[in-house]
Write a protein that binds this ligand. Structure first.
Ligand code: GLY
Length: 321
């Protein structure tokens, strides 16, 4: 018996009501945008940490910008920006990352360049800067994604090795206890990332995270999944995402945006809007992203209540907290 084909999903072109989106044209011959996580930060902001988050985002942006200004590569710039946030315990990446239900930090990261090279790690515990290890996988191995990379590998690539305790902060321990005692609810994600276009027209994306607080040991989110949380392709765009990882994987969100630009001829803001509508808001999932297209246009967007972000507009650094 031949069964009837399942009706394909209806595509909606409406902008979702919960979407907040900013688009800025490049006003220099390079472009850089970064995010420091979406959702789950309201409590910290109310605690009077807004200035600290702003300072952290600004430091990360300046680290990447300095590289681009002096003619450096988009890859160097996104890695430098992400590293600053990994070293800053306020952000959910590197030291200060969200903890698993067992109280451990398991770190995911990915990098991708527009010419199709990519490297990623999942459940990493020994590399001080997960983004550096993801880059090393891309540049020094024949693989793309390594899970639970051993300390010997990290040391063998001359990257800084730390013990797993290095990543665990008291603030994250307390957050985990509150979550496990059900004293707080709501989104528990964070994630940091950056996208850039350099003066040579090359684009790159990098993303790094501890995942979701209280996640099961071994859970891997969208960050190291190329096409889900991280993607770059010359002529199209570089995208770095933050949010509910499972939804970003199911929607192949970063690639969906690039595919809309590639196959439908959409502009980046239009592509991002359609992806949010059809893959995230329309499916009750939340998060955000930064995107830079081949011409240096930047899109910053989220449907979560807030997203930490930094990007330039008319010569000024704009910071969202
Ligand atoms: N977006 C990060 C994660 O879900 O792990």
């Amino acid at each position: 018996m031949i069964s009837k084909p399942v009706t394909p999903l209806e595509e909606s072109v409406e902008a979702p009501e919960d979407l907040k989106l900013w688009e800025v044209s490049a006003d220099r011959d390079f472009a850089l945008a970064l995010h420091g996580g979406a959702g789950g930060r309201i409590a910290e902001l109310a605690d009077g940490r807004r200035r600290d988050f702003e300072a952290g985002l600004s430091r990360a942006y300046r680290a990447g910008e300095e590289i681009l200004r002096s003619g450096g590569s988009a890859l160097d710039a996104v890695c430098a920006a992400v590293e600053v946030m990994e070293d800053d315990p306020l952000f959910n990446a590197g030291r200060g990352a969200a903890l698993t239900a067992d109280g451990e930090a398991e770190l995911d990261a990915a990098v991708m360049t527009g010419d199709g090279h990519a490297g990623a790690i999942a459940a990493s515990r020994y590399a001080r800067n997960p983004v550096r290890l993801a880059r090393a996988v891309m540049e020094r191995s024949e693989h793309l994604l390594l899970v639970a990379p051993p300390a010997e590998l990290v040391a063998g690539w001359d990257l800084s090795v730390v013990t797993p305790e290095y990543f665990v902060t008291e603030a994250r321990r307390q957050q985990l206890v509150r979550l496990q005692d059900r004293l707080v609810t709501g989104p528990r994600h964070g994630t940091v990332g950056a996208v850039a276009r350099d003066t040579g027209g090359r684009i790159a994306a990098a993303t790094s995270t501890g995942g979701m607080s209280n996640q099961s040991a071994g859970r891997v989110g969208d960050t190291p999944i190329i096409g889900a949380g991280t993607y770059a392709r010359d002529g199209l765009a570089a995208i770095s995402c933050t949010g509910h990882g499972e939804a970003f994987i199911r929607g192949v969100v970063a690639y969906d945006i690039a595919a809309r630009i590639r196959y439908l001829g959409s502009g980046p803001a239009e592509a991002v809007t359609a992806t949010f509508q059809n893959e995230l808001s329309g499916r009750d999932s939340s998060g955000g992203l930064v995107c830079v297209d081949a011409s240096g246009r930047i899109v910053v967007a989220h449907n979560s209540p807030s997203m930490f972000a930094a990007y330039p507009n008319k010569g000024k650094l704009i910071i969202h907290t």
